[in-house]
Design a protein around this ligand. Sequence first.
Ligand code: GLC
Length: 538
Amino acid sequence: MSSPLIVPKTQSKKQWLDGAVGYEIYVRSFADSTGDGTGDLNGVTDRLDYLKWLGIDIVWLTPFYPSPGHDHGYDVSNYRDVDPSHGTLADAERLIERVHELDLRIIFDIVPNHTSSEHEWFKAAIADPTSPERDFYLFRDPAPNGGPPNNWLSHFGPTAWTRDERSGQYWCHLFLPEQPDLNWRNPAVRDEFDDIYRFWFERGVDGFRIDVAHGLLKHPELPDLPQIKDIAPGAGPMETFFSFDHIYDLDQDDNVEIFERWQDIAAPFDACLLAESGVEDHERLARYVQPGALDLTFFLKPGWMKWNPDKLVAELVGLAKVEPHGIAWVISNHDNARPVSRFGNSDRALAVTTLMWALGGVPFLYQGEELASPNGLIAPGDRHDPISTRNETDEGRDVCRTPMAWTDAFQNGFTTGSPWLRSEPRPVQFTVEGQTADPRSPLHRYRSLIELRKTHPDLWQAELVFSDTGRPDVAAARRGTTFTIANLGSEPASVDLPEGSWHIVFASRVPASDTSPVTGTVTVPAETSVVFATAADT
Ligand code: GLC
């Protein structure tokens, strides 16, 4: 083996993040306690015991605030309340209390890049162009030809500008027209959000996932974006969006100032701040969690990628070398096709997950991932996601948002009514109930992986030393008394164990039944990750 790369011992900005595992709840689709077909906060409270049993430490809830629902809650009309379809403020307080009784932590989702067009601020801004709220948003005069002020696009297609008929100006929206972007250069906007954070921290929330954290500040002059690719006929809105180089609308250098300001608010509450950042460049992403800035940032790229072993290894190992502490690792969330469907099967998904979980930071699962759920089947007429309902080219994100399959009873136990999103019923082997009863199920495999972080804390806390495996599709890393080999390739891989006697404590394909000691060179089957421990750490 040639020169191993050494990454220092894990150390989070908040101690309770060390070794933790997070779980994303897509509130609309997790558990419906009222029978109206939409998941709610009481539904989450009722199911916390399941998460505790699974071994989860941190629960992240997608937005449940009052919202007209054009982007399913990511268009917030009041940041300090609960939408009636999801419950009440008292339900939120009870949920926080129950979470803490169970010794769990809970983080909410804050949406600071944009509000709903139904928010009081935007209503005031439209009603009176001279109102102070006008400057909460990005209104601009038309271009000389009367069209939009620049060539920016919405992620959800087409342009990022909508005309305010009354004043003749346009407002900027990197998402839907009903999601006007806030002007983060306005100090009044900063003050408002400081207050929103405090409102929830004072109610015991343990932190926030920050929606579109890379979008807050725009270049002050809003210049045109350079186009970097041709747009293929029939390209979907996202593909079109990423045909431009987003050097003026996303990931501006001065966003970090805002993160530092928020950390000053969160730190006295020991609360954590976690960025949703679409930034792909490892060094740029590391800035989000630099000293004084946020605690964690998601690295979303593995959640978009198709099965590509060399690239997955390069991205994961490459980022861990640049940023060993601050990454929230995910291959699944409410915005992307399920990894089982994207990668082709559940063994591949768990092999990647096993590697990611040996890299430090805080891994997150997305509801249903522990069941190895594939994409849901949605009839075209049942689609809800605005990406698909407002564009004809894209199947959108509904496929990963189908209701959680608890049992094989009516509506898989999600609701007693008619679910907000219709999809096929899941057979018993894809439900929590069915998999709980089967010790070889994905659910038990994920639970074992989570447990491993508790039984073998070296897996996340010891110094990380990568081995050179000689293959781009194979990664191997030692952390103290543990050694992980991830062979994402399609051929078996032979890897030298470090000196000493080792035994298998986790294998991604099957429960690790053979725990006899091994030394020297081991052969790991294709598309499999294995975690070994030394005898000293049993
Ligand atoms: C984030 C959310 C996504 C939402 C978008 C706009 O990417 O995860 O669901 O549509 O922001 O708020």
